[in-house]
Design a protein around this ligand. Structure first.
Ligand code: UDP
Ligand code: MG
Length: 318
């Protein structure tokens, strides 16, 4: 095997798993004689993660490290890894060993068969809360209903991508990133292998509800303009309802009934329509916020330090 495989691993407060992650990855690489480089990204963790990475980089020249100036989030960390990767193919994997490194040879195998993207699809998920299982399941179904492209269900970022795909990916500079969707969007020959997702090796999830919601909304708003169409339809519906009400009151007046003006009906109407208005403004706001983020044109991440990298990336601070 002569192809170089880059392994991209984002880390955020992973001092409990960093060493084990390296050990497992390294033994798979040596066992299968894979020419490799590791790109570990410290996404602004303030614990011992960076110390461990520093030590790994000093002992093994295959270990390249990017240290972010602050927490930029999982998706930006993976983006940095892809930007810096030199491999003929790039594997994206979580640090917590929920994605078994032992599957990497299978991913590489499929890639060699001529697929430019091979993602790993979860058959089962161990050690996840009921809440996470249910929300994840329905999220992907909802997302596929909403979005304009097909995004594989029950799939994380664990996958291998060809350097051609990475090249296209680098040209996609959108700020609020939803990588699994972006990679589907690219096209090429894509396939998957199935696996059972393990429990986290140690530590806790770095995706609290707030980050999950942000991530979910990036998936929806970046890949669909259906919410805007929905709002338009709601607007049309309310116009129709109000025309109906107008006609009704005119007819009632002409016929001569003197109906008592009802407090309840007015309150219901006011709260219903103001609810719809706020919802619509919120949805429009989601898109505007994203346009605003793009127009600022800030870097997606800031590198504080890099280890074992032979040349400066375009993102390196002067
Ligand atoms: N992660 C990151 N930055 C963040 C949050 C998470 O780099 O702001 C990394 C984390 O260290 C892990 C991966 O992203 O390697 C997935 O996170 P986690 O396992 O906590 O998510 P879960 O599996 O619970 O969805
Ligand atoms: Mg995890």
């Amino acid at each position: 095997m002569n192809e170089l495989i880059s392994i991209v691993v984002p880390m955020y407060y992973e001092e409990q798993v960093a060493q084990e992650c390296y050990n497992r990855l390294k033994s798979v690489m040596t066992e299968h004689n894979i020419n490799h480089e590791f790109i570990f990204i410290n996404d602004g963790s303030q614990d011992k993660t960076m110390d461990i990475l520093r030590k790994l980089a000093a002992d093994d020249f295959c270990v390249k490290v990017i240290d972010f100036a602050r927490n930029f989030g999982h998706q930006n960390a993976v983006t940095a890894g892809i930007d810096f990767a030199k491999g003929d193919a790039i594997v994206i994997i979580d640090a917590d060993l929920q994605d078994p490194p032992e599957l990497i040879p299978q991913l590489i195998q499929k890639w060699k068969e001529g697929y430019q993207v091979v993602y790993a699809k979860r058959k089962a998920r161990k050690g996840e809360t009921f809440f996470k299982l249910v929300t994840a399941r329905y999220f992907y179904r909802f997302l596929n209903n909403m979005s304009d492209i097909e995004i594989p269900k029950d799939t994380g970022d664990f996958r291998i991508i060809d350097k051609k795909v990475a090249g296209v990916f680098k040209r996609m500079t959108e700020r609020n990133r939803f990588i699994r969707g972006m990679i589907s969007w690219v096209g090429f020959n894509q396939t998957y292998i199935e696996y059972e997702r393990d429990e986290r090796f140690a530590g806790e999830t770095k995706y609290p509800l707030k980050k999950m919601l942000k991530f979910a909304s990036d998936g929806i708003f970046a890949f669909s303009s259906k919410p805007l169409r929905l709002v338009t339809n709601l607007g049309l519906l309310t116009v129709l309802i109000s025309i109906g009400l107008l006609l009704y009151s005119i007819i009632v007046k002409i016929i001569g009934y003197n109906i008592e003006a009802g407090w309840a009906s007015i309150m219901v109407a006011i709260s219903f329509f103001s609810g719809i208005q706020l919802l619509s403004l919120g949805i429009i706001g989601q898109y505007i916020a994203r346009i605003y983020d793009e127009s600022k044109n800030r870097p997606m991440y800031i590198v504080k330090e890099q280890l074992n990298m032979d040349e400066l990336s375009e993102y390196e601070e002067e």
